[in-house]
Design a protein around this ligand. Structure first.
Ligand code: PMP
Length: 307
């Protein structure tokens, strides 16, 4: 997906021109993957104007990720939430993908360096439907990957760190090379984990199921949004370990993520999902996009106006 340039990027306390947001070739994060990041969206909302979606939860997750890898962030959650609003507004964006990144900078070599200074930046730029408008409407074709996701006790799958995305790259590249839109990763034990950059939900015999945190997933904020919206609609979501073959018995499958939003899955490993009818996925999509077009009341304070 080509990046659409905007005017300014915030870095270490100031807005700088887009082209000047460069870094040294010996940056620690580039060599050892010592970078943590977020992917957030801003929407043009019917009632509140341009809003960052679940700003606080994303920035809190950034701090959690940074804490685990001891990447200092010299700002508060509130400071960075304000920067997210500013970077969208100052770039004149009516909707945006927002990318905060904190990483170990230049100055030392060796993965365990504790002295190397951290750097932080937040960019915002336009980004449409990650898995395509057509896929959003009609569903995408996915395949289970031959690559397993990170096993417990290897690297924390629940942290949004740059290095984790080497796994995502392998899963997603393999799928695309084989002609699928996205790859699904299995956990170390062969149960379903998640998409390369999305959480996965299965509708099976009127139950909505999704793998738990222990299945090597990133606990997505969209996943939490969908669970909350489903329960608000009177639908129960059960978090449980899921065998691969439930994908072939499912009535509906969908993927969730900040980039992917709520994307239906049409087929898995070339087997059509259910009858092709998607009543539950449609309800969830309607409730999700309703938050922005005003049809779903934001009871949870998830929309944060950029001002
Ligand atoms: N899993 C992975 C591996 C991801 O990269 C993402 C996208 N951040 C998700 C799940 C979904 O997370 P969220 O809804 O917070 O964007």
């Amino acid at each position: 997906m080509p990046i659409q340039e905007t005017k300014h990027i915030w870095r270490d306390g100031e807005m700088i021109p887009w082209a000047e947001a460069t870094t040294h070739i010996l940056t620690h994060g580039l060599h050892y993957g010592t970078a943590v990041f977020e992917g957030m969206r801003a929407y043009d909302c019917a009632q509140k104007g341009v809003c960052v979606f679940r700003n606080r939860e994303h920035i809190e997750r950034l701090f959690y990720s940074a804490r685990v890898y001891k990447i200092d962030i010299d700002y508060s959650v509130e400071d960075l939430m304000q920067v997210c609003r500013d970077v969208v507004r100052e770039n004149g964006l009516s909707s945006a993908y927002i990318r905060p990144v904190a990483y170990l900078g230049y100055g030392e070599m060796g993965p365990a360096s504790q002295e190397v200074k951290s750097e932080i930046a937040i960019a915002a730029f336009p980004w449409g439907a990650y898995l395509g408008e057509e896929g959003m409407k009609n569903g995408i074709d996915v395949a289970v990957s031959s690559w397993r996701r990170l096993a417990p006790g290897t690297m924390p799958a629940g942290i949004k760190a740059a290095g984790n995305y080497l796994s995502s790259r392998l899963v997603s590249m393999e799928a695309k090379d084989r002609g699928f839109a996205e790859g699904i990763g299995l956990a170390h034990d062969g149960t379903i984990s998640e998409g390369a950059g999305e959480n996965l939900f299965v509708v099976h015999k009127d139950r909505i199921l999704t793998p738990p945190a222990a299945s090597s997933i990133l606990s997505g904020i969209t996943r939490d949004t969908v669970i909350t919206l489903a329960e608000d609609l009177g639908l129960k979501v059960v978090e449980q370990a899921l065998p691969r073959e439930i994908l072939y018995a499912a009535d509906e499958v969908f993927l969730t993520g900040t980039a992917a939003e709520v994307t239906p899955v049409r087929s898995v490993d070339k087997l059509m999902v259910g009858s092709g009818e998607r009543p539950i996925t449609s309800k969830i999509q309607k409730a999700f996009f309703g938050l922005f077009n005003g049809e779903t009341e934001d009871k949870w304070g998830w929309l944060d106006p950029v001002g």
